[in-house]
Design a protein around this ligand. Structure first.
Ligand code: UD1
Length: 342
């Protein structure tokens, strides 16, 4: 292990960030968070502390403001690596407010890279998405598939983010990995942390749990006329703790000097396509609650089907997801009940 053992997690109070902090601590890392709290709450740090016994510090700064990080950089000279989550992620919202997405997702990334240069932090893990593949026909999709046009500014910030990182690391003494998530869902098994969006949920699994608990009267299946077996969209759902552990493995891979190229990418999914209707059925079975849903119009920007080939993460990072779709839905449901105090 290098002398530096401290990991900076941007967006550490957010969904995947908070779960990753738990996994990092349980694997021996010291961690601090940088989170502006525009779409998250510092309370999540209490949940992390209850799970791990460790108190995590969060620096409340907006990374998209140039130089906002300088004072902290001088206080934290021993950073081994950065895991950069801090970003906006609502596809539809990004169409309405593209400048917010470019400012936060691209502006924030540029500042993180400036910080890395300033503090000579060698290694970066970037939070990317299968959205970079656009509407690909090449399924299960592999990392070497080309970037196809993506339907939203959000998707473009992930494509551009990867290109910026490649350019930066080509001339920087350090290494970088981009982790392309498919559909992360579920919560930590303790349900002391989970997905807690400040705004109404938009992703399928939290929409399902909110419907089951009665926060919504019913939900809509966006499109049942896709060219898929049952007509609804097919995605690859992966447990958030399996995603979290991939970050620890990727960072360890870089810190141990095992990566030769300056930039590499890995898919994180279950290699299994599940339709929206199949997920609803599975949720009803797991929770015992019937879901009131309507068959609605297609949601603009959705693609019919995408699922991952994850051979590379398994072979090189030794990553193996250990939770099933049922585990995803059970923990998401327990988390919803816990949050709603039922
Ligand atoms: C998209 C991106 C993903 C990104 C995520 C961030 C793609 C292929 N995926 O995921 O990379 O990280 O946004 O938010 O671009 N659905 C319903 N009813 C609902 C909600 C969702 O039917 O109320 C359906 C959607 O049409 C979709 C599936 O459920 O087919 C999953 O949707 P969602 O959870 O929003 O994720 P993606 O759009 O797949």
């Amino acid at each position: 292990m290098s002398k530096r053992n401290k990991v900076m997690v941007t967006g550490g109070c957010g969904y995947i960030g908070s779960h990753t902090i738990v996994d990092l601590i349980q694997n021996g890392f010291d961690v601090f968070s940088v989170d502006s709290l525009i779409n998250s709450k510092e309370e999540v740090l209490k949940g992390i502390e209850e799970i791990t016994g460790k108190k995590i510090e969060n620096y409340k700064i907006d990374l998209s403001v140039p130089g906002s990080w300088k004072a902290i950089a001088d206080r934290e000279p021993e950073i081994a690596g950065v895991i950069h989550f801090a970003a906006l992620k609502a596809v539809g919202e990004s169409v309405k407010f593209p400048l917010d997405y470019y400012k936060n997702n691209i502006g924030g990334l540029l500042e993180v890279l400036e910080w890395m240069k300033y503090s000579k932090i060698p290694d970066l893990i970037f939070s990317s998405s299968c959205t970079v593949y656009g509407n690909t026909n090449d399924l299960p999709v592999k990392e070497d598939a080309e970037f196809r046009p993506t339907s939203s500014p959000y998707g473009r910030t992930k494509q551009m983010g990867e290109l910026i990182i490649q350019d930066f690391f080509a001339g920087f003494e350090g290494k970088s990995i981009s982790l392309r998530y498919f559909n992360p869902a579920g919560a930590h098994e303790s349900v002391l942390i989970g997905e807690a969006p400040s705004n109404p949920a938009l992703n399928l699994v939290p929409v399902l749990t909110e419907t089951a608990i009665g926060k919504r009267k019913s939900m809509t299946v966006f499109g049942t006329d896709y060219p898929t077996p049952d007509g609804s969209c097919v995605r690859d759902y992966i447990h958030v703790m399996d995603i979290a552990h991939a970050h620890t493995l990727a960072l360890r891979h870089l810190l141990d000097g095992k990566q030769h190229s300056s930039f590499d990418t890995y898919n994180l999914g279950m290699e299994k396509g599940m339709s929206v209707l199949e997920v609803i059925n599975a949720f009803e079975r797991v929770s015992g609650i019937p879901i009131d849903f309507i068959r609605g119009e297609r949601r603009p920007g959705d693609i019919a089907e995408i699922y991952a080939n994850t051979r590379k993460a398994k072979d090189i990072l030794n990553w193996m997801p250990t939770r099933s779709l049922d585990d995803i839905l059970k923990t998401a449901w327990e988390w919803e009940k816990q949050r709603s105090k039922i």
